[in-house]
Design a protein around this ligand. Structure first.
Ligand SMILES: *Cc1c(COP(=O)(O)O)cnc(C)c1O
Length: 391
């Protein structure tokens, strides 16, 4: 199979205009799973296909994207388009924002943010709504006074804290829009006079928000935008350069902006695959279009969690995430049957995070509605199987 395909590819290279050789990589022999993984996660099939093509022959250059210079004209165009398209999709073009594709995952942003935004004798305010929020807080603490305005930790983060007060003299307020592990999501963001920083790793580009309410948005690519290896950071430029700190070059947002996100070798392939995902989203109709689909998927699953007497949701209803739905079996004894059923249905990545247990269905942008229908059918099937067992 591979051999024929390789020969076809090689011939195509010799006869670039001979139509029968202009292949699309076919995956018809692969049985694709319904991938509910929390991250790295499912991406659109067309992104996998175009990425695969670019690894073999990028832009018909006769070179792989893995072997070209990041300073080549072709790759600079990729980086420029990815940065521009990210701002475009968020509705932030021409509003004083810059988009960067950096290294180090969302976790490196946990320390870059206080480095770049917390004044030498200043303070920062944080909302503690989950494990990732608390990791961000841990990093801020070593930079200066870190005020935790509210926390839902004592209830195992099953809801988003509300009714908190953010100190008006804080250098910034940090929150996490979607708590990937616990399945909660902020629906209303505070309007503040200080910079608002948001970790949107697991729900970026999934729902319509007024993104201009945020001064810094960041997201590890591997949840809803691309493969692991790059982090999108969107910054309102005017908030930078006010701390009085000496910032190491690689951690300095201003240096990365000046270098147009090429201060050092960027993660060439993850940035390219992210661009393909953003192009897919743009073609689909942008965030407004995907939000409708995401809402339909989440409604379908939550309706079954609430209807089916064998299951219950882990998060408070009003804070439920449309990206990560966490749910538990009422009776743990049913776990072996349920696990067998969903595996047989071709579902992958459903077990919950160890700190919640049960199950977590991550319904990122690329997960089709059909996959949720399959899961809901399995849950109904379990109900039938269990009722048969009783008699
Ligand atoms: C996964 C995740 C992170 C950590 O991302 P890395 O890129 O692995 O550092 C941070 N925040 C949230 C909300 C996440 O879901």
């Amino acid at each position: 199979m591979i051999d024929i395909w390789y020969i076809k590819f090689s011939l195509r290279y010799v006869f670039p205009n001979f139509a029968p050789l202009n292949f699309r990589i076919q995956h018809t022999h692969i049985m694709k799973k319904h991938n509910y993984s929390a991250g790295p996660c499912i991406l659109p099939q067309e992104v996998f296909e175009k990425s695969a093509e670019a690894i073999l022959n990028f832009n018909n250059s006769g070179l792989s994207i893995l072997e070209i210079s990041h300073r080549s004209k072709d790759f600079v165009a990729v980086m420029d388009e990815a940065r521009a398209l990210a701002l475009d999709l968020l509705g932030l073009t021409g509003k004083g924002y810059q988009a960067l594709f950096l290294h180090g995952g969302a976790s490196l942003e946990f320390l870059m943010i206080p480095y770049n935004l917390m004044k030498k004798d200043g303070k920062a305010a944080y909302l503690d709504s989950g494990t990732w929020a608390s990791s961000a807080i841990k990093e801020a603490v070593s930079f200066g006074e870190t005020v935790v305005v509210a926390s839902s930790k004592s209830e195992n983060y099953n809801h988003i804290p509300k009714g908190y007060v953010v100190p008006a003299d804080a250098d910034y307020f940090h929150c996490t829009s979607n708590n990937t592990i616990f399945g909660t999501q902020i629906k209303d963001f505070p309007s503040l006079d200080i910079p608002v920083v948001c970790d949107m790793s697991s729900d970026i580009f999934s729902r319509v928000l007024d993104f201009s309410k945020f001064d810094l948005i960041y997201a590890g690519a591997q949840k809803n935008m691309g493969p692991a290896g790059t982090t999108l950071v969107v910054i309102k430029e005017e908030i930078l350069g006010k701390t009085g700190r000496t910032i190491p070059s690689m951690l300095d947002y201003e240096k990365h902006i000046k270098a147009e996100s090429m201060y050092n070798t960027p993660a060439v392939f993850p940035v390219y695959a992210s661009l393909l995902t953003l192009q897919w989203l743009k073609k689909l109709g942008g965030i407004a279009a995907i939000e409708k689909i995401n809402n339909a998927k989440a409604s379908l699953l939550y309706a079954e969690i609430d209807r089916n007497p064998l299951f219950r949701g882990a998060a408070k209803v009003e804070d439920r995430s449309i990206m990560n739905a966490t749910f538990l079996l009422e009776n743990e004894a049913h776990a072996p049957i349920f696990d067998t059923l969903w595996k047989e249905a071709g579902i992958s990545g459903l077990p919950g995070h160890r700190s919640v247990g049960g199950y977590r269905a991550s319904m990122y942008n690329a997960l089709p509605l059909e996959s949720v229908e399959v899961l809901v059918d399995v849950m109904k099937d379990l109900e039938i199987k269990v009722s048969e067992m009783k008699f």
